[in-house]
Design a protein around this ligand. Sequence first.
Ligand code: PGA
Length: 254
Amino acid sequence: MGRKFFVGGNWKCNGTSDEVKKIVSTLNAAEVPSEEVVEVVVSPPFVFLPLVKGLLRADFSVAAQNCWVRKGGAFTGEISAEMLVNLGIPWVIVGHSERRLILNEANEFVGDKVAYALSQGLKVIACVGETLEQRESGSTMEVVAAQTKAIAEKVSNWDHVVIAYEPVWAIGTGKVATPAQAQEVHFELRKWLAANVNPAVAESTRIIYGGSVNGANCKELASQPDVDGFLVGGASLKPEFVDIIKSAETNKAA
Ligand code: PGA
């Protein structure tokens, strides 16, 4: 019944094939807690997915960083959920703030994407999070609840959904949320799920934190009761990602 710790590595738009191979060999050589304790998923750019899937140790999985909102077809430049399934890619990240803000993906669009990806058999890391302005104006929970609601309206089975709470002001800035700030939003999100979906889903759905997580700050964050793992950007390209995976042990002990 416990929520298994989840560590995702979001490589974003980084890497050459040589660099990608190097990261994978570091991961393959790492000693990490067992699959019973932690689920590890790395998300390379689309073009490297088959390479990484082919080389990566069997106890880690891969995720795409996005997919098209519906069935594929005449959508130049897009990658469909069907294609990911066809390549045996089990996970997809949906609604990352870089896509919401730079590519104008609206809440409803993200909700549709989550639902379609799930309908095709993918597992989804669905991202939510407020900007600095929204936090400073006191609307963090309102924003995060609206983003989650747009997903909840389209999703009936939450078994294959992980929610990533990623405050925009913490992403790539080195300005990590404090453990108390992360815990507060995760707790409120779980309360929102209990009230608006149901208590069982609130209890079982993993809510992971993202935004400047690194080898030094992960343990304290991992010890928070409602922090069920991480989505890691910059540090997932470095050997310290292994330390972040190991922070699962801290969570277990908590
Ligand atoms: P960061 O990115 O760890 O580099 O802040 C996190 C993310 O965007 O998922």
